[in-house]
Design a protein around this ligand. Structure first.
Ligand SMILES: C[S@@+](CC[C@H](N)C(=O)[O-])C[C@H]1O[C@@H](n2cnc3c(N)ncnc32)[C@H](O)[C@@H]1O
Length: 287
């Protein structure tokens, strides 16, 4: 049998992925073929009539079969871009979402010009927040905590990859990992698990591959957020910022949580680029 060309394989793979319910079958077929051939996507069109070697077809077939089982593209590629940098990802960590870039922007708006800030990333996962902020703020130092030792291993690798490992300390444990509140931190950022039990019961097939612990926020989604808000102020210096990401329909409840804590001022809910309320923030009140 003659060897299939790039274009023939793309057509076959696209049809297969469409049958499996993949949302963007052509795009995924192209991205994965580019990955299999270690070629930019655009080069697939330059070489559209190139016949593939049998071993190349095998590699691609395996990738397409896994995508057909709805494994996320980012796990198949082993990386995902966030705020202009490429991060290592695998099923030990949540896949970085573009919405979370908004939290980076809020933190940068607070920290730029503040001098050498000390920041904390609670629930660091792949490390995107601590690593990005350490890279963007060259004088800053970070603590990154997570319940998952597996996630912290990925976060450490990403810190090495981006040359900021000497400015981030990683600690395993619940929220503050046993650290005593000392009222000294300039900035606390977090993208906590915030899906409700109902949302967890109706996840898209791709999201079922992601760690449950990174997603599940209890019956109303606010189980971790509630503790974060109640406890974070005692770690912050007066005027220090708490900023965290929220899910759909959580803005008012979160604004109220900050108000009820009685230790925050300048409480705000900020929309992401799609106009959805996405980041809640407040400053620790000054005495
Ligand atoms: C939504 S993921 C966010 C990961 C990463 N910061 C990001 O934005 O892509 C939440 C992370 O918080 C961690 N986590 C969940 N509950 C936690 C807790 N009580 N204390 C510390 N980390 C927690 C999970 O293991 C997961 O890595």
């Amino acid at each position: 049998m003659s060897r299939p060309t790039v274009l023939e394989l793309l057509r076959l793979a696209t049809g297969y992925l469409r049958e499996k319910g993949v949302a963007q079958p052509r795009l995924d077929a192209e991205v994965l073929l580019g990955h299999a051939l270690q070629m930019e996507r655009i080069m697939l069109y330059v070489h559209h009539d190139r016949p593939l070697e049998p071993h190349e077809v095998d590699v691609y077939r395996t990738l397409i079969a896994r995508r057909g089982r709805r494994e996320p593209v980012a796990y198949l590629m082993g990386e995902k871009e966030f705020f202009g940098r490429s991060f290592q990802v695998d099923p030990r960590v949540l896949i970085p979402r573009p919405e979370t870039e908004h939290l980076v922007e809020v933190a940068l708006a607070f920290a730029i010009g503040e001098g050498p800030v000390r920041g904390w990333d609670v629930g660091t996962g792949s490390g995107i927040l601590a690593v990005t902020l350490a890279a963007e703020l060259p004088d800053s130092h970070w603590l990154a905590t997570d319940l998952s030792a597996d996630a912290l291993a990925v976060a450490r690798a990403n810190a090495e990859r981006h040359g900021v490992a000497d400015r981030i300390r990683f600690l395993e444990g619940d929220l503050w990992a046993g650290t005593k509140p000392d009222g000294s931190w300039d900035l606390i950022v977090s993208n906590p698990p915030y899906l409700t039990d109902h949302e967890m019961a109706h996840l898209a097939p791709e999201i079922r591959y992601e760690p449950r612990q990174a997603l599940a926020g209890g019956p109303d989604g606010l189980q971790v957020i509630r503790r974060l808000v109640q406890q974070a102020w005692a770690f912050l210096r007066p005027g220090g910022l708490l900023a965290f990401e929220i899910g759909a329909g959580q803005a008012e409840a979160c604004r109220q949580l900050l108000a009820e804590a009685g230790q925050y001022e300048g409480i705000r809910v900020l929309p992401d680029h799609a106009g959805h309320p996405r980041v809640v923030c407040g400053l620790r009140t000054s005495p």
